[in-house]
Design a protein around this ligand. Structure first.
Ligand code: CO8
Length: 261
């Protein structure tokens, strides 16, 4: 496939980076970008050695400044609902990826951009990051899952404040409310993100996937159901070679070499 709106690079063995590439439009998410992003994730997952996925924006101004307003402006209700579904599908595909996915947020991360970042497992931010859900200033609510993912990240009260004011928060404020996990100098963001991805990639792939699913389940299920799911996945992991390798390596006082089997 030709990815005209994205760069896809393997930064380190198994560590893949998708860079949104519409810097002149501050990486605004139009239909083509959303569809290519979806295809790119599937393509990367099909690389057997892929371990971690990073998503960032090209240029030094933006991760993504939202869904493409020019493309949306004249849509009717039916078309808008359909466009929303395209975005929703891509966001859900990221969330349910077999790979850990980290958003590296450089600059503006607004509307659909923030919704994209929140579909990732977690967010690392540059010190110039600006987050927000300014949809209400355009006369609409969020359309790519922001009303559901933001409260899960920052709690309902803070989510309501951000959604109702439409105001932006800077990297430090985003850190304080738990929207991003770390803030780095902009020039270091990519390198630090890759370092964290390398740390993650050393761990057992199936265990990582179980953790990811369990964290997501915690938002939607009773603690009883979530803990039952944890027991099930814990049990399942004892049927993997990586469990044997991980625990054997510990007793042999060496580093485990996980294969994903
Ligand atoms: N869509 C399309 N183009 C955009 C967008 C966008 N979201 N954001 C920026 N651009 C374009 C500008 O039009 C401009 O293009 P040009 O040079 O051709 O005029 C270029 O990017 C640079 O932008 P600015 O000149 O405005 O740069 P500034 O540094 O002056 O300002 C801002 C940067 C503050 C980020 C400003 O561009 C801005 O406010 N952008 C819009 C932010 C926003 O409101 N985002 C939310 C969009 S709504 C949304 O995401 C809903 C998601 C769900 C959709 C549901 C489907 C129906």
């Amino acid at each position: 496939a030709a990815f005209t709106q994205l760069f896809i690079t393997e930064q380190q063995p198994g560590i893949w980076l998708i860079t949104l590439n519409r810097p002149k439009a501050l990486n605004a998410l139009n239909r083509q970008v959303l569809e290519q992003l979806h295809s790119a994730i599937v393509w990367i997952e099909n690389q057997p050695d892929a371990r971690v996925l990073l998503i960032t924006g090209s240029g030094d101004k933006a991760f993504a400044a939202g869904a493409d307003i020019a493309e949306m402006k004249d849509m009717n209700a039916q078309q808008a609902r359909e466009f929303s579904q395209v975005g929703m599908t891509t966001m859900h595909r990221i969330e349910s990826s077999r790979l850990p996915v980290i958003a590296l947020v450089n600059g503006f991360c607004l509307g659909g951009g923030c919704e994209l970042a929140m579909s990732c497992d977690f967010i690392l931010a540059a010190d110039n990051a600006l987050f927000g859900q300014p949809e209400v200033t355009l006369g609409v609510p969020p359309g790519f899952g922001g009303s559901q993912r933001l409260p899960r990240r920052v709690g309902p009260g803070m989510a309501a404040q951000l959604l109702l004011t439409g105001e932006k928060v800077n990297a430090e404020q985003a850190l304080n409310i738990g929207l991003c996990n770390q803030v780095y100098p902009a020039q270091q963001l990519q390198e630090r993100g890759i370092d964290m991805a390398i740390t993650i990639a050393k761990n057992a792939p199936q265990a990582l996937y179980h953790c990811k699913r369990l964290v997501q389940a915690s938002a939607d299920q009773s603690i009883e159901n979530g803990c039952r799911m944890e027991s099930d996945l814990f049990g399942l992991s004892f049927a993997t070679e990586d469990q044997t390798e991980g625990m054997t390596a510990f007793t042999e006082r060496r580093k485990a070499q996980f294969t994903g089997a």
